[in-house]
Ligand binder design. Structure first.
Ligand SMILES: Cc1cc2nc3c(=O)[nH]c(=O)nc-3n(C[C@H](O)[C@H](O)[C@H](O)COP(=O)(O)O)c2cc1C
Length: 149
């Protein structure tokens, strides 16, 4: 089972969650690749993977603005080849903003439109991984169970 984790992160919070998810999945025996959106190309991104997780923080105020690197990838999201594949989204955010982890909902909707199978409701984390370890680890374990079902 090959899993791709792609994240966009400006201050490192979503990156830290992505690395924690990748490590936990690796320990569970999954073959995981963790990729910064800044180093990713949309064309055929999911080729060769059974499942993909997408992480992206939000930076808008009145409306959702995706993290810059992920936004570049998102402009050509049609080309990632996610049709029929298992997928899920996650993010770090700040609940004092109107759209807490708003990028999660935007990406999830787009993935559904592209034919992906959403495994779990998106993971929305307040702050960094260290402050929400139990939530992140629990979500990760549900994803692992979904992948191994
Ligand atoms: C101008 C600005 C706008 C933001 N907008 C949102 C938002 O809409 N929703 C949210 O949950 N967090 C918002 N945040 C908080 C960041 O997304 C949050 O700090 C997050 O942990 C950053 O994750 P990253 O380090 O992975 O980029 C905003 C922060 C700033 C400075």
């Amino acid at each position: 089972m090959k899993v791709l984790i792609v994240y966009g992160s400006t201050t490192g919070n979503t990156a830290g969650i992505a690395e924690a998810l990748g490590a936990r999945m690796g320990n569970a025996g999954l073959d995981v690749t963790v990729l910064n959106a800044a180093d990713a190309t949309a064309e055929g991104l999911c080729n060769g993977y059974d499942a993909a997780l997408f992480g992206c923080s939000a930076w808008g105020t009145d409306e959702v603005e995706m993290q810059d690197d992920f936004n570049t990838l998102f402009e050509n999201f049609d080309a990632i080849g996610v049709d029929g594949k298992k997928a899920a989204c996650f993010a770090s955010g700040d609940s004092s903003f109107e759209h807490f982890c708003g990028a999660v909902d935007v990406i999830e909707n787009r993935l559904s439109g592209l034919g992906a199978v959403i495994m779990e409701e998106g993971l929305k984390v307040e702050g960094d991984y260290d402050g929400s370890r139990d939530d992140v680890d629990g979500w990760c374990d549900r994803i692992i169970a979904d992948l191994q079902a």
